[in-house]
Ligand binder design. Structure first.
Ligand SMILES: [Fe+2]
Length: 423
């Protein structure tokens, strides 16, 4: 039995494995681009280590696609062989990850909470718990799981960044900004803390300040994973968009958001789709970018990893005129919503499906159907997860359709007027 850098026991005698696990934890917390290589190094150094295999499974699950989910299951099968001799924390991590693989997100959260309660210095459990709360749209969970271990991790900037993000999502903006800025005094290069302040500035409409803030840290993003690299640039692009600097937005899209994306990564794809949608909503012609992007979405039709992702995919496929895939995906989403575990069923059936029909309608300029589908669920969109800033897009789509429908009705009533007189 050895201890990791957090002082927690790990069932291994391999110094190489524990060193690689420590790198993996650090890489997860700093959103680094060496997370996969480090956890695979840990598994290679100690193939019988339940925690290394479990962490590898969690890494692949977080990629939110079918191929990586299968990879995760193979690591979970290996981890299961060593369950009996694992310590309590390792068993809880395994159970949390197994529940995640089985889409039992309610159980996964309960296990993460259990780990955090018993081992408050386990920041990967805090991060994983936050991840699940985020995609459940549970703002208080996001804040609570980080807030309860603040004293046990005094001075840890990663935890401050995690808590700051939860506070921002809960509209506790001043507290969020103060805490994130404090984290950055400890480590200027903490990209999640930088990102938490960007969210505060976005919410408060401090666009010019947001540009200056994020660009002042861009030099620290070179070693970020593609998700946070592209996402932080996505935030910069949103600031420029709000400020009307469209050429800058297109250039950031081409150079960073899509240009540096892992084009097969679900989260990178979602950011790019979201930016193109926002550009079109302000009347910008995005050229052939939908076709370029949607080429990489053709295998996503039956995945259904997250409803938040599906809503983006289906819109992009529609805008790229893959209408047969849109139909196929909607049928597939409907079938999936009937077999998904109970804890996710209401979200899929009551929110995701009408939202999907609504965004598809918007993509083909059917304003009436867009409004009809989105109106009843617009106040429940938080259930599909994502951040406030990310979900705002769907509210904008709804408002856009409402405005265009009103114009359509007004212009038609003018046209109808002579007939009304005649009759
Ligand atoms: Fe964000």
């Amino acid at each position: 039995m050895l201890k990791d850098a957090q002082g927690l026991d790990v069932s291994t005698v391999s110094e190489l494995a524990i060193a690689a696990i420590d790198i993996y934890i650090e890489q997860c917390l700093c959103y680094g681009n060496q997370a996969e290589s480090s956890i695979l190094a840990a598994v290679n150094a100690e193939p019988h280590c339940i925690l290394a295999n479990t962490y590898a499974a969690a890494y692949y699950l977080s990629q939110e696609n079918v191929a990586d989910a299968q990879e995760a299951v193979s690591y979970l099968h290996r981890a299961r062989n060593y369950f009996t001799h694992a310590n309590e924390r390792e068993k809880l991590h395994f159970l949390a990850t197994e529940a995640w693989a089985n889409k039992r997100i309610d159980r996964a959260i309960a296990y993460c909470e259990e780990i955090v309660a018993r081992y408050p210095q386990d920041l990967l459990a805090v991060q994983q718990g936050q991840y699940h709360y985020f995609y459940q749209g549970d703002k208080s969970g996001l804040t609570c799981i980080a807030g309860t271990v603040l004293n046990a991790n005094a001075g840890n900037h990663y935890l401050m960044g995690m808590l700051a993000f939860g506070l921002e999502q809960s509209d506790r903006l001043a507290e969020a900004e103060r805490l994130a800025r404090f984290a950055l005094e400890i480590n200027r290069a903490d990209p999640w803390a930088q990102h938490a302040v960007a969210h505060v500035m976005e919410t408060q409409g401090r666009y010019r300040e947001g540009i200056a803030w994020m660009e002042s840290f861009a030099d620290t993003w070179g070693n970020c994973n593609s998700m946070l690299y592209t996402h932080n640039w996505w935030h910069v692009a949103l600031f420029y968009l709000a400020d009307g600097e469209i050429s800058k937005v297109l250039s950031i899209y081409d150079i960073h958001v899509w240009g540096k994306a892992d084009k097969t990564s679900a989260k990178d794809q979602v950011g790019a789709i979201s930016l193109l949608m926002r550009l079109e909503l302000v009347g910008i012609d995005v050229g052939d970018r939908w076709q370029d992007l949607s080429f990489y979405l053709r295998d996503r039709v039956h995945e259904h990893a997250l409803p938040f992702q599906d809503l983006h995919y289906v819109y992009a496929l529609a805008r790229a005129d893959y209408l047969h895939l849109v139909t196929e995906m909607l049928v597939s989403m409907t079938k999936y919503s009937q077999k998904v575990p109970t804890c996710l069923q209401k979200t899929w059936q009551d929110v995701a499906l009408p939202a999907a029909r609504g965004v598809i309608a918007h993509s083909i300029y059917d304003w009436r159907k867009t409004v009809k589908e989105l109106k009843p669920i617009i106040h429940r969109l938080s259930e599909i997860g994502g951040s406030n800033a990310q979900r705002k897009l769907f509210e904008q789509i709804y408002e856009d359709a409402n405005q265009k429908l009103a114009i359509q009705i007004t212009s038609r009533s003018h046209l109808d007027y002579p007939h009304a007189i005649a009759s």
